[in-house]
Design a protein around this ligand. Structure first.
Ligand code: NDP
Ligand code: MG
Length: 393
């Protein structure tokens, strides 16, 4: 069988790793559509190299430029654009597998389209699940979609859970333990963290990732978003989710059972492992990742997270406890704050207060529809911008 794959966010870090794994197995996978946003040249090359049927961008002018580039490369990929086009390539009946790897809230609609069409969805775009957890999981159930976690921690937990994981055997699980590297600022003083530059925040010690998730890892908001992600993916409560700092990023997460057993998944820190796992599940596939030699690593260490130096983690825990639209507000305010930091408008230590002040100005409620989630997301962005403007003066 040859599976037809759409990659949402093909030009990003996860998109590239997905294409790398797929290139190793041309007899098993072919590309239906690749999508990108600003990196048109890269998308043109990827589309021609992988013989994609469609390439998707957001607007007409980008589509025109991309068509010229693809023609110049003698490619035959058809270029389409806009939000409907993005959703169409995620739900098209020729597609078997959708990799959801757009960064941030922009990934919500196409990922939901794929779920509503009952696809096998490999979820990297955690922000969409954080924003709209109940709607997302209801779509999975209603349309019989398969949602497989690609985030390395969640993929590890998924691998450590029983195959028949359901309400019936949840009582056998005591804790889901998400490991965290601690990011580039682990061990830094509060003063050093306050003066950190975007380049320092994006220089992750173990993982090579896009800028937004790199900054989230530095602030530990990434781990907070991941706790909320785990809560929805594994249908559990926040008090069963724990964070453990493990600087070597070899143990990707653990499941603690009531009988005292703790199961962990190990591997080199390389996203091609969870991507290959998701693509092939329930089978296995070679990924190109180097073998793990524990004797060379020699030592694995662990510590508790520091919630004082990294307040974003506590903000995310609080938002998860509040539920309703609090996680969507947290996520939107964080996206705005991170972009302001990357643009040099605010310092690194302003990220947490921007998110906190945005959350404080909201009366949370349970959004029943996607439109209600988007409304909370929009309002949070406007509020966060307002907070930033006040900081700038
Ligand atoms: P990148 O920034 O490298 O890539 C993001 C992708 O999204 C690019 O293809 C980009 O297009 C596209 N994109 C950005 N904005 C828009 C938009 N408004 N509309 C449509 N497409 C858009 O991010 P990563 O690959 O690192 O991360 C992707 C997702 O996976 C994130 O949600 C992240 O949290 C998650 N993730 C990533 C991990 C990693 O190791 N990188 C690990 C676990 C999860 P273009 O570049 O052409 O502008
Ligand atoms: Mg992760």
């Amino acid at each position: 069988m040859n599976y037809s794959v759409t990659i949402l966010g093909a030009t990003g870090s996860i998109g590239k790793s997905t294409l790398d794994v797929i290139s190793l197995h041309p007899e098993k996978y072919s590309i239906f559509a690749l999508t990108g946003c600003r990196q048109l040249k890269k998308l043109a090359h990827q589309s021609v190299q992988h013989n994609a049927k469609y390439a998707v961008v957001n607007d007409e002018s980008s589509a025109e430029q991309l068509s010229v580039m693809i023609n110049d490369l003698n490619g035959s990929t058809e270029v389409i654009f806009g939000a409907d086009a993005l959703s169409d390539v995620a739900s098209n009946n020729q597609v078997d597998i959708v990799m959801a790897a757009i960064v941030g809230a922009a990934g919500l609609l196409p990922t939901l389209s794929a779920l509503n069409a009952g696809k096998k969805v490999l979820l990297a775009n955690k922000e969409s699940l954080v924003m709209a957890g109940p709607i997302f999981m209801a779509a999975v159930k209603k349309h019989g979609a398969t949602l497989l976690p690609i985030d390395s921690e969640h993929n590890a937990i998924f691998q450590c859970l029983p195959h028949n994981y359901s309400d019936a055997n949840q009582s056998s699980i005591k804790k889901l333990i998400l490991s965290a590297s601690g990011g580039p600022f682990r061990g830094w003083s509060a003063e050093q963290i306050a003066a950190a530059t975007p380049a320092q925040a994006c220089a992750h010690p173990n993982w090579s990732m896009g800028n937004k998730i790199s900054v989230d890892s530095a602030s530990m908001m990434n781990k907070g978003l991941e706790c909320i992600e785990a809560r929805w993916l594994f249908d559990t409560s926040m008090d069963k989710i724990e964070v453990l700092i493990h600087p070597q990023s070899i143990i990707h997460s653990l499941v603690q059972y009531v009988d005292g057993s703790v199961l962990a998944q190990l591997g080199n820190p390389d996203m091609r492992t969870p991507i290959a796992h998701g693509l092939a599940w329930p089978e296995r596939l070679s990924s190109g990742v180097a073998d793990l030699y524990l004797s060379e690593i020699a030592q694995l260490s662990f510590e508790q997270p520091d919630l004082v130096k990294f307040p974003c983690l506590q903000l995310a825990y609080n938002a998860a406890e509040q539920a309703g639209d609090a996680p969507a507000v947290l996520n939107a305010a964080n996206e705005i704050a991170v972009q302001a930091f990357l643009d040099g408008r605010v310092g690194f230590s302003a990220i947490a207060p921007i998110v906190e002040q945005t959350l404080e100005s909201f009366d949370f409620y349970e959004p029943e529809s996607l439109a209600a989630v988007q409304e909370s997301d929009n309002r949070a962005r406007v509020t966060a911008e307002f907070v930033i403007k006040q900081l700038e003066f």
